[in-house]
Design a protein around this ligand. Sequence first.
Ligand SMILES: Cc1cc2nc3c(=O)[nH]c(=O)nc-3n(C[C@H](O)[C@H](O)[C@H](O)COP(=O)(O)O)c2cc1C
Length: 166
Amino acid sequence: MKLCRRARLTVIAVMAMTIAPLSAQAPTPRVLFVYDEVNDQTKPYIAHFREAFTSSGIPFDEAAAVDLESKDLSRYEVLVLHGIVQAFNSKSPIRDWLKTKPPIAGKRVYLFVTANRWFLDNLFKDLNGLLEKNGAKPVDAVSMATKETDDSLEKTAVKSFVGKVR
Ligand SMILES: Cc1cc2nc3c(=O)[nH]c(=O)nc-3n(C[C@H](O)[C@H](O)[C@H](O)COP(=O)(O)O)c2cc1C
């Protein structure tokens, strides 16, 4: 079928208008959500993060810190970390992983740290410092003492934090 010149120009203009906005959209960064481990205290947060990623339309993978060896980190541009204070800050699987100097330089990191009450600042500083040493200083970091927070407030805090992930 032959098109006259004007019709061809119209087709090209319509294609340009359709394709240009699509190509201008930034690709969705690949997000890896990392938590310390699965236990009774982390389970509600893992659920909050999953729900927040899903409701924000952010595709993500997830892993406990001890399972990160089997993950190809080069696949992810964004890391979202949730660390909890355990045993007076003597135990932190995420801190142990960061001490192994994983290849995370240049990644966008979002750090969320919680403690019921004690040693929150210690873990927060430990994780921030190790991230910076590994070339991945967090673009956003939140520490939250949970002694007086309830599930609904914690869920809202996670949702608001995930809302900043780019
Ligand atoms: C084994 C274990 C040890 C913990 N030790 C501490 C601690 O030393 N200091 C503290 O403030 N919270 C401690 N916590 C509480 C967690 O940090 C807290 O449960 C977590 O940050 C989530 O907060 P939430 O359960 O109050 O919502 C511990 C939790 C576990 C499971």
